[in-house]
Design a protein around this ligand. Structure first.
Ligand code: COA
Length: 535
């Protein structure tokens, strides 16, 4: 491996302009994260605390091993939707270490509309379960929820990946050896009752946790019976009479200590082996990434400068350095974990696709996870390329990405457009994790291009009918498309809809990638399906 030589000129105007631009993006990002992480409105937080309950993130802090990080996922789910009345979509999910064992943690935030579920809450919950399944992890559910947000029932109840999927996933996870543990710390109503009921082991907090299929108002309406929540399904009832819960806890803290004690009884699973090295800082400061990332989207960000600020010692063993240079491929370590890195350095050509596909096979056979650094406008278009079989060669890369036998981790560092998104392990290609940087963009194509395509289609339509386009109407149509793409291409729009696992700062990337790889080792990698062949 060699140390990547950085050509960054920190005195240049370009570096200063880029830095200023990205620093402003980061300042806004931190502001948004700060607002969202406060949870629900202050009156709801006060009410929650007055009941002697801990907040969702405080509960998680107590659950995980002291001094270990918590990798929070999709913090900005539902951001900018529902009048911003669902910060974090009312749920906190992520990965942490409990008694030495990596686990998925899912905690309702009862300060957000009683911890009820809108579409994004369900997507976030299900995504966390998918991660548990893909990586073979135990799940802890810290339940404090009023079930579905009733006005949104059509969006959350009936479809395959709606509320019911949570319980289906629990059954499947349990069957596949991923322990399911529920701590009932508040309400747990209707379908929600199945979260503790479907768990391998359940803890319930005295005078606080309740589990029932139909709450007191429903019981009264249905049968006329008048019953208090505690009598219907409180901790006393469920740990002495019904047997729906297994452990009686005095309060949140006690419940969490019981959960940690359950983890003590779990036996370690079989891990994937990986030859680790001592972690090392990059030779070039990751803080400089703000000046590396081009403020002008028309300028290509140099992927070597990014890799030099992510890789241990800025060291890289490049593969095919002289061939198909619009795709950079090679091996490096991040915080001691070996990775194959695939990074864009311009549009994808047929030969870049072949190079990428070849490199993925190397990673498959060497059992090395792959880090995709996405900054891609798409595949090269035009007669020469299409006639030479661009789609045929592109499909080889897409095949290799889809069938890679090792974990994939995708970071969208810049643009993520069109089929380039797919070929570089976008969400549809099931990367183990996908994060975006705050200055990135994602859409089927750029707004400018979409406006031009649609204007051309309109003009052709009119021409076919012997009419001429009205320039004013065309301009207003283009402006509308541009504005739509501007909004929908934002990483905040994406994260709000769970198209990614969260927005992370460039300087956080090393730690996040290292955690992602560490987590992926909880499941032995699949076997590759064919030998390494040249294309
Ligand atoms: N659907 C829609 N909104 C709900 C809701 C639900 N299932 N449950 C609670 N909310 C809303 C409340 O209207 C309130 O909204 P607001 O802040 O805009 O006024 C907010 O969530 C907090 O509810 P509140 O009752 O004030 O809080 P609480 O902490 O005292 O009680 C619950 C929380 C969840 C225990 C209680 O609201 C409840 O029992 N809800 C109904 C649960 C239910 O029957 N669900 C069945 C769904 S399948």
């Amino acid at each position: 491996m060699y140390t990547i030589p950085s050509h960054l000129d920190k005195d240049s105007q370009e570096f200063k302009d880029n830095s200023r631009h990205y620093t402003a993006i980061l300042a806004r990002h931190r502001e948004i994260m700060g607002e969202v992480m406060q949870g629900g409105p202050s009156h709801a937080i006060e009410k929650h605390r007055a009941r002697g309950k801990l907040l969702a993130r405080e509960r998680i802090d107590l659950l995980i091993d002291p001094g270990t990080p918590f990798l929070e996922l999709s913090t900005l789910a539902a951001y900018g939707q529902y009048g911003d009345s669902f910060p974090g979509a009312g749920i906190v999910t992520g990965l942490g270490v409990v008694h030495g064992r990596e686990a998925v943690i899912i905690a309702n935030d009862a300060t957000v509309k009683g911890g009820t579920y809108v579409k994004e809450t369900i997507r976030k919950h299900i995504r966390a379960q998918e991660i548990a399944m893909q990586n073979g992890l135990p799940c802890v559910y810290m339940v404090d929820s009023g079930g579905v947000f009733l006005p949104e029932q059509a969006e959350v109840f009936p479809d395959r990946d709606d509320f019911g999927r949570i319980f289906f996933n629990q059954a499947r996870l349990s069957a596949s050896g991923c322990p399911q543990i529920a701590i009932v710390m508040g309400s747990c109503t209707a379908g929600g009752a199945y979260i503790p009921a479907m768990s391998d082991e359940t803890i319930i907090v005295k005078n606080q946790g309740t589990i029932f299929i139909g709450g007191p108002p429903l019981v009264k309406a249905a049968t006329g019976e008048i019953v208090s929540p505690e009598e219907l399904g409180g901790a006393e009832v469920h740990t002495t009479r019904s047997g729906v819960a297994d452990h009686f806890a005095e309060n949140d803290q006690h419940a969490i200590s019981i959960c940690r004690s359950i983890f003590e009884t779990l036996q370690p699973g079989i891990k994937q082996e990986l030859r680790l090295r001592e972690a090392e800082e990059p030779r070039y400061d990751p803080d400089e990434l703000t000046g590396v990332l081009q403020a002008d989207p028309k300028k290509q960000t140099d992927p070597y400068e990014i890799i030099a600020r992510l890789a241990d010692g800025s060291r890289f063993h490049e593969f095919k350095a002289r061939y198909a240079t619009s795709l950079v491929t090679g091996f490096a370590h991040v915080m001691g974990y070996p990775l194959g890195i695939i990074a864009n350095n311009g549009v994808l050509f047929a030969e870049s696709s072949l190079k990428g596909a070849h490199f993925i096979q190397l990673c498959d056979f060497r059992r090395i996870p792959i880090l995709f650094l996405q900054n891609i406008t798409g595949f090269m278009v035009g007669k020469v390329y299409e006639n030479a079989g661009l789609a045929r060669d592109g499909s080889k890369l897409v095949h290799a990405v889809a069938n890679a036998s090792v974990p994939k981790i995708t970071i969208i560092t810049g643009g993520s457009y069109g089929a380039g998104n797919y070929a570089m392990a976008g969400r549809a290609f099931d990367p183990h994790f996908l994060f975006m940087w705050p200055g990135s963009r994602i859409s089927v194509m750029g707004g400018q291009q979409a406006a031009m395509v649609l204007a051309q289609v309109k003009a052709d339509q009119l021409e076919a009918r012997g009419l001429k386009p009205d320039p004013k109407e065309m301009e207003s149509m283009k402006a509308g498309i541009l504005e739509k793409y501007e909004t929908e291409g934002s990483p905040y729009y994406s994260s709000s809809r769970l198209w990614d696992d969260g927005i992370i700062e460039p300087v956080q990337t090393r730690q996040v990638v290292a955690m992602a790889v560490a987590i992926s080792l909880n499941k032995v990698f699949k076997d590759p399906k064919s030998g390494v062949y040249r294309m």
